[in-house]
Design a binder for this molecule. Structure first.
Ligand code: SF4
Length: 193
């Protein structure tokens, strides 16, 4: 069972509506997440495959080719970067991203606050991400902040229940994809006022 979060562990996640606008842009590839990571490297050490698109030429120029392999089910040119036997990205050196200014769009868009936003826990094997995500606390200064938060949660519940009905074919591949899908689809669940 998850440990309770004490106030001194809590991290300010910002106003929900502002954050939601930023993460939507990042997901569309039109911006970057602005996550106050501090010294946290949880997402760089969580045994994650990093997708890099063929148009990310600057990123590709900064990663040794032997670390990349074709991305399954995606068109030619899309690649993945794996991780070492400890689950660490090979670009993480001395606990810092060694290609930070050239990092993949996947890394620029990643934001572990999506799990809190969608009411979804990170996948169980991503222990450090689970720990980090449970510390975020959004602010809700307006009714809109509340409505948007409820809408993202409702979208996540809907996607999960629809996946349960349709079986494996309709199920997001992991909880990150579930949370991202909830953010993408939340507008359908906003209350009509
Ligand atoms: S490329 Fe950099 S930011 Fe992305 S996972 Fe690797 S170390 Fe982390």
């Amino acid at each position: 069972m998850a440990e309770p979060v004490h106030d001194h562990d809590a991290l300010e996640a910002g106003d929900f509506s502002v954050w939601l606008g930023q993460i939507q842009m990042a997901i569309r590839g039109e911006g970057e997440s602005d996550v106050p990571c501090g010294d946290c490297t949880a997402c760089c050490t969580a045994s994650q495959f990093i997708h890099i698109g063929p148009d990310e030429t600057d990123t590709l120029a900064h990663i040794p080719a032997p670390l990349l392999f074709p991305a399954p089910l995606l068109p030619r040119g899309h690649v993945l970067m794996g991780y070492d036997e400890h689950g660490r990205c090979p670009m993480l050196v001395d606990d810092r991203c060694s290609i930070y200014d050239h990092r993949p769009q996947t890394c620029r868009a990643y934001d572990c606050r999506v799990f809190v936003a969608a009411g979804v826990q990170a996948d169980a094997d991503k222990v450090l991400i689970v720990e980090r995500a449970r510390r975020w606390r959004f602010s809700f200064p307006t009714l809109l902040d509340h409505d948007l938060f409820q809408a993202v949660h409702a979208a996540a519940v809907h996607i999960r229940s629809r996946a349960d009905e349709s079986g494996a074919a309709g199920r997001p591949a992991n909880n990150t994809q579930l949370a991202v899908a909830a953010i993408e689809q939340h507008e359908r669940f906003l209350p009509q006022r």
